[in-house]
Design a protein around this ligand. Structure first.
Ligand code: PEP
Length: 249
């Protein structure tokens, strides 16, 4: 890994009722001082659980994040949540531009960039997701597609302490399929080089791999060059799996 401390982040997506607080408590228990010395943990529950989770995780070292934000501060945007509201509920991070939002909510690179700026305005760390489709991978366009997403979604002057990039090939999300280590290394190297065009701190930025990361396959993926951690979907819902992934560090 290039960054000083790896990060294992969990994206719960639209999963989790209040009783899932028990799973977070198990994560808190498993995040002992030996593990905390090696790796950062972040849990991104649905927004309904943010305040509850932030209260449970306070002073445990586990950070709590949101899964999306609106670009505006407040106003007539029914159903949306501003970055300021998420910070007020106890979030320190927010995921933006997840492929499910880019696809199902037609989010453009320009909108994702506005959301990153909103996150920074509210004092949140933005986790920008990028990744190619299966057709783009097959046609050999993956590197250029992701480079264009980075150029379009990451604001100029991004700082290493406020921006994290997650590379999530769409065809690997929730499918059990994963790219080869060589492909991940190629992609992460490209992402870091393109980040260098917008930021002087690209070398220290954390680049996460995401897409079907599980305890059984995470070793090789997370040991790859230029991989500074993972964004984990399905396997982040269970404390045992999430902690097993973190424990490879
Ligand atoms: C995700 O959607 O961020 C993700 C990585 O999902 P999964 O781990 O379930 O593939």
């Amino acid at each position: 890994p290039a960054a000083s401390r790896p990060l294992v982040a969990g994206n719960w997506k639209m999963n989790g009722m209040r009783h899932a607080g028990a799973e977070l408590l198990a994560m808190v228990e498993g995040y002992d001082s030996a593990l905390a010395a090696r790796v950062d943990l972040l849990v991104c529950p649905p927004a309904t659980l943010l305040a509850q989770f932030a209260a449970t995780a306070a002073e445990t070292g586990i950070a709590i994040g949101a899964q999306d934000c609106h670009s505006a501060t407040a106003g007539a945007f029914t159903g949306d949540l501003s970055a300021e509201m998420l910070a007020d509920a106890g979030a320190s991070h927010v995921i933006v531009g997840h492929s499910e939002r880019r696809t199902l909510h037609q989010e453009s690179d320009a909108l994702v960039k506005a959301k990153v700026e909103a996150a920074w305005r509210a004092g949140l760390v933005a986790i920008v997701c990028v990744g190619e489709s299966e057709a783009e991978r097959r046609s050999g366009a993956a590197l250029e597609v992701v480079a264009a997403q980075i150029r379009g979604s990451v604001p100029q002057g991004a700082r290493g302490d406020r921006l994290i990039v997650a590379y999530e090939p769409i065809w690997a999300i929730g499918t059990g399929l994963v790219p080869t280590v060589a492909d991940v290394e190629d992609m992460h190297g490209t992402i870091r080089r393109v980040l260098g065009e917008v930021s002087g701190e690209a070398a220290a930025m954390r680049l996460l791999y995401g897409g079907s990361v599980k305890p059984e396959n995470c070793d090789a993926l997370l040991s790859a060059r230029d991989v500074d951690g993972a964004l984990v979907g399905g396997a982040s819902l269970k404390a045992a799996d999430f902690l097993a992934i973190a424990n490879i560090y």
